[in-house]
Design a protein around this ligand. Structure first.
Ligand code: SAM
Length: 234
């Protein structure tokens, strides 16, 4: 799976490549992750990547030409089909199901991280297959959203999580939780400042433990995210 990130700040990505789920996926050659800086593809003397908005107003807008050239460089590097995603607060809100789909399809991705007021609409019109938002709030750049998307996808790529971990038991998993939230977790010590671990977890009775976890997960989902229960297919 090849992932290219179009960013004015490639260091963010380079640093991230060594850590956690992404670090493991890179080390085990599950993914090839490369950044492309539009500034390297700007053709004017000052390597300009942004300019003032037509119509006036505050802020700057990322110009089309360097973005289009950077995406072309990413395509040349990939030598394969890729879905072009613009991380944007105006995109469709990211949900677990979409991250699973992208992982299963082992979709090559070209992720565009915007800055300033965003990117010229013509770059969106010409390049972008899908706009994805990580939530209804505005960040200063698309680098963190791109890393969020990559991390969430990689959790579903077989072999990326360690043996002890499983995305199938995470919150929103259809498999274990019917799309609801995870159950509470406890580890040692058995008593912490007078608070004990629920007895059932010490019982060794796996059927009972499973039932308790399921009840706890449902109660937490009902309390924190009733919308997830309402959205269940049946
Ligand atoms: N003017 C834009 C708007 O109001 O829709 C916001 C631009 S934002 C300051 C700069 C960049 O950050 C965007 O181009 C996008 O790439 C990224 N960004 C900000 N918030 C985001 C979010 N919630 N999800 C995904 N990307 C986001």
């Amino acid at each position: 799976m090849k992932l290219a990130l179009i960013t004015l700040f490639p260091d963010v990505i380079e640093n991230f490549k060594a850590y956690g789920v992404t670090g493991r996926a890179v080390a085990e050659n599950k993914i090839d992750l490369q950044s492309f800086n539009p500034r390297d593809y700007a053709t004017d003397k000052h390597r300009t990547v942004d300019d003032r908005p037509y119509g006036g107003g505050p802020g700057m807008v990322m110009r089309c030409e360097p973005l289009i050239a950077a995406v072309q460089a990413a395509r040349d590097w990939m030598k394969d089909e890729a879905l072009v995603v613009y991380l944007s607060p105006q995109g469709k809100r990211l949900v677990q199901a979409r991250t699973e789909e992208l992982a299963v399809e082992e979709q090559n991705l070209i992720l565009i991280a915007g800055r300033y007021e965003g990117i010229d609409q013509r770059a969106i019109d010409n390049l972008v297959d899908e706009e994805i938002s990580i939530g209804d709030y505005v960040l200063s750049g698309g680098e963190l959203p791109a890393l969020v998307l990559i991390d969430a996808i990689l959790r579903h790529v077989p072999g990326v999580l360690g043996h002890a971990e499983s995305a199938g038991q995470d919150s929103f998993s259809e498999e274990a939780l019917e799309g609801g939230l995870d159950w509470p977790h406890y580890t040692r010590p058995e008593v912490f400042e007078g608070q004990t671990v629920p007895k059932v977890l010490l019982s060794g009775d796996h059927k009972l433990i499973e039932k308790w976890r399921s009840q706890q997960a449902t109660a937490k989902t009902r309390k924190m995210r009733p919308d997830l229960i309402l959205n269940r297919k049946n």
